[in-house]
Design a binder for this molecule. Structure first.
Ligand SMILES: [Zn+2]
Ligand SMILES: [Zn+2]
Length: 353
């Protein structure tokens, strides 16, 4: 008993000292300096070779604390490609310390807000303070992408000037501010063919959003497919054949139904209507598992989760029945990292944060 009393006494003295010391300016300066030094000398790096994918946002527009809207960064060799940039995704990447200067292009699956809203933040973080910058940010997307990108350009052109006037041309070069836009034409589905990386666009079904796309990345014998927002469709199966990893969107309609019913009960009839409407243009986790099986995909990652689970109970509920269809799957979170070493069979799934 005496020992426990001593331990409690030491703990109390320790906590009081911590409380007092954390209010001393010299100590505050010392601690913050060390933290900054540590962050700057240990940047987060994604694998140097092969193909990898980092989930920078795992949710759909329905809110879920701690998750950003949809975003996946693909790294092929030294180059980065960003597939969709929903709200909060760039903030995630910056908080994790991911270097965005190697971003070669942004690819939009379609033009819903939860896939495009952080484009300006991505632009800022690839434009300023980037000594390797030699071109404008490339943006690929379906028909309509020109309008979207022009809108961003209009909204932010004063910002480009302000930053250039303040920091100068080396930090914020005006000639590389803004975007170069490419409208994807599905009669030429290979949209990028660069240094061994091949990116193929394919059509998915997300009516009434037309066209909506998925993308397949092939690099050094490894492959990743991203479904975009879609119902279960043959075209995803066709384009995912024998892929290493399929990132498929997933909507748990059994949870959406509860949201619809409960909104109706409290008189939120418009919210209830939205819940009823969205059932027609997404894929359930079980359907996604069936697609992965039919395409002979090695590993399935559920992303663009609707509604994204908020705790372990909801996670179990979300993937109810999936294990009966297939075993090789992962429910993504923000920070889920998939690593595919070059010319290998290995699939490593980990988490960055
Ligand atoms: Zn979406
Ligand atoms: Zn959508």
């Amino acid at each position: 008993m005496k020992i426990i009393k001593y331990i409690i006494l030491i703990l109390v003295i320790f906590l009081i000292s911590l409380f007092v010391l954390s209010r001393v300016p010299a100590i505050q300066d010392r601690v913050v300096t060390n933290v900054i030094k540590n962050v700057l000398s240990n940047p987060v790096s994604l694998p140097d070779d092969g193909l990898s994918a980092l989930v920078c946002g795992s949710r759909s527009p329905l809110p879920s604390p701690g998750r950003a809207e949809t975003c996946i960064i693909i790294k092929a060799g030294q180059n980065l490609y960003v597939v969709d940039v929903g709200d909060g995704s760039i903030s995630n990447l910056r908080n994790w310390g991911v270097d965005l200067t190697p971003v070669k292009a942004v690819l939009f699956t379609h033009l819903h807000s939860d896939h495009i809203s952080d484009l300006a933040d991505l632009h800022l973080n690839t434009w300023v303070n980037n000594p390797t910058k030699s071109e404008k940010l490339k943006v690929y997307g379906p028909e309509g992408v020109e309008d979207v990108v022009n809108g961003f350009e209009d909204a932010y052109k004063l910002d480009y000037q302000f930053r250039n006037e303040h920091h100068g041309n080396k930090v914020a070069p005006l000639n590389f501010a803004g975007y170069e836009t490419f409208t994807i034409d599905l009669s030429n589905p290979i949209i990028i063919d660069d240094n061994g990386l091949k990116v193929t666009a394919f059509k998915v079904i997300h009516d009434p959003i037309e066209p909506a796309l998925g993308f397949r990345f092939d690099y050094k014998g490894r492959s990743i497919v991203i479904s975009g927002d879609t119902i279960s469709t043959e075209n995803t199966i066709k384009n995912s054949k024998n892929a290493d990893v399929l990132f498929h969107e997933a909507q748990a309609n059994h949870i959406v139904k509860i949201l619809e019913n409960e909104n109706k009960k409290v008189g939120n009839n418009l919210a209830a209507k939205i819940m009823a409407d969205i059932v027609t243009y997404h894929t359930t986790p079980i359907e996604a598992a069936e697609i992965a099986n039919q395409a002979n995909v090695k590993h399935l990652v559920f992303y663009h989760l609707t509604p994204a689970p908020r705790n372990a109970l909801m996670e179990r509920m979300f993937v109810r029945g999936v294990n009966d269809i297939r075993k090789e799957w992962t429910l993504s979170d923000d920070g889920t990292l998939v690593i595919l070493p070059p010319n290998s069979e290995k699939i490593e799934i980990t988490k960055i944060n």
